[in-house]
Write a protein of this length. Structure first.
Length: 428
């Protein structure tokens, strides 16, 4: 080998060693820098005490790490977007400080499986509350001469509904005017002037005439107004029928000018603030339902509260079911007589299940029901559940295991924190 070739080989060998040494120095510096970032992000030095040796550059780039070996890698935090303070150690799991927990009033409890009240689901039909409904009809044959209210209109007690005209009423009004005039004359003369017989006859005649106009449908107030006139021309035979209660006109099937017979239904007025619902139960279910039991009625996509007020003891001839009557408040006029609904009635028969506080169950962004499981103090993970029914201030759910600790108060605050932080609430 010539001398020039030897010099070239020696120069190449020296350059290779220098490059190799420089590469290792850069690798070590990069690794030390990553370790320093880890320590600043809040991780203990012991978590990465093996980073200084045993990891080659190729292992970091190609082989990766197993789950848990480097879940807090600085680079991984920057890429995933979870490196900011207050974030949980798992995707979608928020971590709250002790101060946040106290401020939000977050409380937890360990759930247990136990006996919960059963529920009976049955179809029902909305009906009028007969105790809050009145039918208005004439007591004698009369012609309808004027209508004062219409279908669907709200009325108050004493409001004029319709004006009738009758020859019988005119005769009774005239008799009242005459008998009252005679009674006032006799009473003014006194017992010392008139005979006892005349005095009693005048008194009785006046009482009978007043009772007759009342029997025809005139009120005491209308009769007194007639007597204040004291003119025979006031006996026109007109009779105004008044509303006996507060409510809504739900029926007025008549035409002005027609002759209404005694008992003819002119108006039906009902107070729809409270309605009845007749639910039909099997004899087996009805045996476990008691008067006073809580009930729920589905209307317009949500549930109204009701109560069992009556339970019959005779089977329906066609359906062979036992009718149970519920009473439900209807302040927003959501239910109407004749409407079919679904009812849920609390049963005295209990069954095993898990009941949690109402405040513990929330709707997730996609509409599912969920609760928050406490994984560790300050760390809460959402878990979907299936809502079965509510019992007072508790909700019976499926999807939880006995022994799990859930958030019983403050779940809404946790959900808000997740939304603000941009976490995937379903751990997707």
């Amino acid at each position: 080998m010539c001398y020039s070739h030897l010099i070239i080989l020696l120069f190449a060998f020296a350059s290779g060693n220098a490059l190799s040494a420089g590469g290792h120095d850069h690798q070590k510096a990069d690794h030390d820098k990553a370790t320093h970032v880890h320590n600043e992000a809040g991780h203990e030095e012991g978590d990465h005490e093996n980073d200084d040796h045993g990891h080659k550059e190729e292992g970091h780039k190609e082989e990766g790490h197993k789950d848990g070996d480097h879940e807090h890698e600085a680079k991984g935090h920057e890429e995933d977007g979870h490196g900011h303070g207050g974030a949980g150690h798992e995707e979608g799991v928020p971590e709250l400080t002790a101060q946040q927990i106290r401020t939000a009033g977050i409380e937890t409890l360990v759930i247990q499986r136990g006996e919960v009240a059963g529920v009976v689901v049955a179809p029902g039909e909305v009906g009028l509350n007969a105790y809050r409904t009145t039918k208005v009809a004439p007591r004698i044959a009369a012609q309808i001469i004027k209508r004062h209210v219409q279908l669907g209109q709200s009325v108050e007690p004493g409001q004029v509904l319709v004006t009738l005209s009758s020859t019988e009423v005119a005769q009774a009004q005239g008799e009242l005017l005459v008998s009252d005039r005679e009674w006032q004359r006799v009473k003014k003369l006194g017992r010392k002037v008139v005979s006892e017989r005349r005095y009693v006859e005048a008194q009785v005649a006046r009482q009978q005439a007043a009772a007759k106009v009342r029997a025809y449908g005139m009120t005491d107030g209308q009769a007194k107004a007639l007597l204040r006139n004291r003119d025979a021309s006031a006996a026109t035979g007109e009779l105004a029928l008044l509303s006996p209660q507060h409510g809504t006109v739900i029926r007025d099937d008549f035409i002005v000018g027609e002759l209404a017979e005694p008992g003819r239904e002119l108006f039906v007025i009902t107070d729809e603030q409270q309605l009845w619902i007749d639910a039909r139960l099997t004899p087996e279910d009805a045996a476990n339902v008691r008067v006073g039991a809580r009930a729920r009625i589905k209307a317009k996509g949500h549930w109204l509260e009701g109560e069992v007020i009556q339970a019959q003891h005779m089977l329906h001839e066609t359906t062979r079911t036992l009718p149970v009557r519920l009473q439900v408040a209807n302040p927003a006029d959501e239910l109407h007589p004749g409407e079919f609904v679904t009812v849920k009635i609390d049963s005295s028969a209990s069954q095993a299940g898990i009941a949690v506080p109402v405040a513990a169950v929330l709707r997730s962004p996609d509409g599912d029901w969920q609760v928050f499981i406490e994984e560790a103090p300050g760390r809460y993970e959402p878990k979907e559940v299936e809502v079965q029914r509510s019992i007072g201030d508790r909700i019976v759910v499926e999807g939880l295991k006995a022994g799990e600790r859930i958030v019983s108060k403050g779940a809404f605050f946790i959900q808000s924190e997740i939304a603000k932080s941009g976490f995937d609430i379903h751990n997707h």
